[in-house]
Design a protein around this ligand. Structure first.
Ligand SMILES: [Zn+2]
Ligand SMILES: [Zn+2]
Length: 457
């Protein structure tokens, strides 16, 4: 029965015409792809502001007021929309909530409810087709293209906003959004400059229109620049990145690699010297009793993530180096065979059961030709490990690049090879590519106890 219901339900949808976003953009239909209302809000109005600015001189007081109002409305987005409502990274008292909901309205970036839904989808589906502002579709797209071009709402990933749907203040802001935008975005900044020092037009153009433009462009950078520029100290599988420039532009939202790893942390920057005024604002509100329950991940968890990413980078670097043929890929030689080949002029030296071909190296041996030649065709384990000379870590590393075989019954190595065949667990540290990690002093040719008395014997 459920199948028939589903059929019946899907049939009218099938006959419905395809959403414009799902059709190819051509010279004939491009204008249908454009969301003209959004174009008017984020490109048209700022343009009008720029033109008006030609005739409206900028007064000093108005300039200061515009910058202050820029920070206030910007914090409405970063401390309010983003860290409080989208991520619940702390709790705010009602006065602070009202302060932030009004400020966020003045930034003209949609209601809390709309903004948080998109942002939660962005975190859940980062870099995929369901990410509403996926940077994989290009820098410009993630910056503002996703608003300028029509999007099929059905393609955007779902996110849970039941908490926001039950929040009376969020509901109120959503219902009265246009009135709030007009008042906080344009009327209020104009009133302050007009009633304060008589600069009505300056207040409207600079603290209103152009300030909206700058706040919008700055916060759009969290979706574009923060996924484009900088380092990835915590995880490099997705696009979010950390960069001080993004932080400067976005009131501290620039440590975005950290943020995507630890989204419910009220901080974006964790070091005291990094620029995160949004964090300082929330912390100050806590001191004033306006914010509480500031969420923070344990340093232990943060350090683990950083270390794992570091390990990944380290593995990548070690894979670019020549560590010699892996032991399990070397042929096994009988002792007699080894001695025979050495006698026939091949420069073979056995150290700790591993056979090395040093023919081309004899002339370069730092200890001289005679020394190295004396080990050819013999078990040079003791000589190499202190008997004649206690070779350096670098020497063991270099030696490993010359290995060509393993002696049958050659102690550890053959046992290890047999264990490999029998599929028993061999206790070696391996990197992400399954290659054995060789630490300093842990080379197979290095024997734990230096043979200091070999000469005396
Ligand atoms: Zn992001
Ligand atoms: Zn976020």
């Amino acid at each position: 029965m459920s199948a028939t219901t589903a059929d019946a339900r899907s049939r009218p949808a099938d006959t419905k015409k395809v959403h414009i976003a799902d059709t190819k953009m051509t010279l004939r239909n491009w204008y249908k792809h454009v969301d003209w209302l959004n174009v008017y809000f984020i490109i048209g109005i700022p343009l009008i502001g720029c033109i008006m600015a030609i005739w409206v001189p900028l007064q000093f007081k108005t300039a200061v007021w515009s910058v202050l109002y820029y920070f206030y409305t910007g914090l409405g987005i970063t401390a309010g929309y983003h860290r409080l409502w989208a991520h619940c990274s702390y709790s705010a008292t009602l006065p602070l909530q009202i302060f932030l909901a009004a400020a966020g309205g003045g930034a003209v970036e949609g209601s809390i409810r709309w903004w948080a839904r998109g942002h939660r989808a962005h975190h859940r589906y980062t870099d995929t087709d369901k990410d509403p502002y996926s940077v994989r579709k290009g820098f410009i797209y993630s910056h503002m293209g996703w608003m300028v071009m029509k999007q099929n709402p059905k393609r955007i990933g779902r996110s849970d906003i039941t908490d926001l749907n039950e929040d009376p203040l969020v509901k109120f802001q959503h219902r009265h959004y246009i009135k709030i935008v007009l008042f906080m975005g344009l009327i209020f900044p104009t009133l302050v400059a007009g009633l304060g020092w008589g600069d009505w037009m300056g207040g409207f153009v600079y603290a209103g229109i152009l300030r909206i433009f700058f706040v919008q462009q700055a916060t759009f950078c969290v979706n574009s620049l923060a996924h484009w520029l900088g380092d990835q100290p915590f995880d490099d599988r997705n696009s979010p990145r950390d960069h001080v420039i993004t932080a400067l532009v976005t009131l501290g939202e620039g440590y975005h690699n950290f943020h995507h790893e630890f989204p419910s942390d009220y901080r974006n920057a964790i070091e005291w010297h990094q620029y995160d005024p949004t964090k300082w604002f929330i912390w100050t509100c806590k001191q004033l009793g306006l914010a509480y329950d500031l969420k923070q991940f344990r340093a232990n968890e943060i350090e683990k993530g950083r270390l794992q990413q570091l390990q990944k980078k380290l593995d990548k670097r070690r894979q670019q180096l020549d560590w010699g043929i892996p032991l399990d890929q070397l042929p096994v030689m009988e002792w007699e065979e080894y001695v025979e080949q050495a006698k026939n002029g091949r420069g073979l030296i056995a150290v700790a059961g591993v056979v090395h071909d040093v023919t081309d190296f004899i002339k370069d041996h730092p200890g001289g030709k005679a020394m190295i030649s004396s080990g050819i065709g013999k078990d040079a384990t003791a000589m190499f490990n202190g008997g004649v000379y206690f070779h350096s870590n670098a020497a063991h590393n270099l030696l490993s690049t010359m290995r060509v075989g393993v002696i049958r019954g050659g102690c550890e190595v053959e046992i290890w090879k047999r264990a490999q065949k029998e599929n028993t667990n061999v206790d070696y540290v391996r990197d992400t590519n399954g290659q054995r990690v060789v630490r300093a002093g842990e080379q197979v040719t290095k024997i734990p106890q230096p043979v200091a008395t070999a000469d005396a014997a």
